[in-house]
Each structure stands twice: as structure tokens, then as C-alpha cells.
Design a protein around this ligand. Structure first.
Ligand SMILES: C[S@@+](CC[C@H](N)C(=O)[O-])C[C@H]1O[C@@H](n2cnc3c(N)ncnc32)[C@H](O)[C@@H]1O
Length: 201
């Protein structure tokens, strides 16, 4: 990833032209009961539930998870975005804070089996998918959502390389290692596909 991309994203975040992520991902919010149940199971086992959001942007999802008791890590290329996340954690009085990693996801990879919940929203880097799957602990959740090819209907200038092909996201978790809890197209919410899957024990 070129330095110019970091500067471009920083510019978007500082000029308020960045994607919305000031609130938690809306599709994930619809799965709050599953997320809370996982959190409770881990706590009852005496462990700390850990979540990773890659390309976390302004951190709406991170903050939502932290406020529900998750230990969170957010990774993003944009230091301007991460500065906003840190400020929002402070304003919200979220003492647990979170670990914010300013890194290029062309290079940065999570440790295998290191998170109970791994999510990524509106960021498409196919080379990253295997390591996101591997980063989920057995029993943990993988949650992904981003735009599909229908996006071109309303945004003809979108780069097709960054849009999901039909069924592409679901195929990532179609194996005996995963239980699919939700895997669908969401045309109403702006031409996206999403998948929520549990890594089998
Ligand atoms: C469309 S935004 C999505 C932000 C957030 N996940 C959301 O749902 O609103 C894409 C994010 O990816 C980050 N990004 C782009 N390329 C990246 C890279 N190579 N490594 C890390 N982050 C990157 C940008 O800084 C931006 O915050």
C-alpha cells in the first residue's frame, strides 16, 4: 500500500468525508444476541473475550463492542481514523480502551486462533481472508460485510475489483469447519453481502 493511500484516507477522515463508521455496523447490531451469548460463554469460562476489527475506520463497531465488555483491537492504515477512535473511547469513558494498530493490511496479519470475534466491514482484500479465518478461536465468530457487484447500479464509478462476486463471501466459510449463522445479500442496505459464521470446536 502506497503512502499516498494513507494520506488519502487521512484526508477523508480529517475532512469528514470518510465512511460512516462512527456508529457500529448495522448488520452486526442485528446479531447482538449471538455476540452477547459468546461473550457470556467466554466470561463464564474465566477468560476475557477478545475481538478484532480490521480496517476499523472511525471505530463505531470497536466502541460498541468495548462497551459490551469486549477487549478490542482495531487495525487501520489511517492514523487520523485511529486518533478519532482513541478520542471517542476517551469521551465515552471507556476505561478498558482498546489496542489500536496503525498498519497496512497488505502486510499485517493477526496471530492464528487469537480472537473470539473477528470482523471486517466495507474493506475488501481477498488475500487477507485466510488469515482472518485462522485468527478466529475454535467456537468464535467471523463477521464480514462489504459491497457486492450491485453497487455498480448506483455507483457506476466503483472499482469492480473491490466488489464481491455472487456467493464469493459465503464460499469463504462453506466447509465443515464453519457453521453459517447468517449468509445473505442485503440489497436493501446498499448492495452488500454479509456472513456471520462460527468456527467449529
Ligand atoms: C470504507 S472504510 C471502512 C471503515 C469501517 N470498517 C466501516 O465499516 O465504516 C475502509 C477503511 O479501510 C482502511 N484501509 C484502506 N486500505 C487499508 C490498508 N491497506 N491497510 C489498512 N487499512 C486500510 C481505510 O483507512 C478505511 O478506514
Amino acid at each position: 500500500m502506497a503512502e499516498i493511500d494513507r494520506l488519502r484516507w487521512n484526508d477523508r477522515y480529517t475532512s469528514n468525508d470518510a465512511p460512516a463508521a462512527r456508529t457500529a455496523n448495522r448488520w452486526l447490531l442485528g446479531h447482538a444476541p449471538v455476540i452477547d451469548e459468546l461473550h457470556a460463554t467466554i466470561r463464564n469460562a474465566g477468560e476475557k473475550p477478545a475481538a478484532l476489527d480490521v480496517a476499523c475506520g472511525a471505530g463505531g463497531t470497536l466502541l460498541w463492542l468495548a462497551q459490551r465488555g469486549w477487549q478490542v483491537m482495531g487495525v487501520d492504515l489511517s492514523d487520523a481514523a485511529l486518533a478519532q477512535v482513541a478520542e471517542r473511547f476517551q469521551t465515552a469513558g471507556c476505561r478498558a480502551g482498546g489496542t489500536l494498530v496503525c498498519a497496512d493490511l497488505d502486510v499485517w496479519r493477526p496471530e492464528p486462533a487469537s480472537f473470539d470475534l473477528v470482523c471486517s466491514f466495507f474493506f475488501l482484500d481477498r488475500a487477507l481472508w485466510p488469515s482472518l479465518r485462522q485468527a478466529v478461536k475454535p467456537g468464535g465468530l467471523l463477521a464480514l460485510q462489504t459491497y457486492n457487484q450491485d453497487r455498480l447500479l448506483t455507483r457506476p464509478t466503483a472499482n469492480p475489483a473491490y466488489l464481491l462476486q455472487p456467493g464469493e463471501l459465503l464460499a469463504q466459510v462453506q466447509s465443515e469447519h464453519w457453521e453459517i449463522l447468517d449468509g445473505c445479500s442485503h440489497p436493501a442496505s446498499g448492495a452488500t453481502d454479509a456472513v456471520l459464521a462460527r468456527r467449529r470446536m
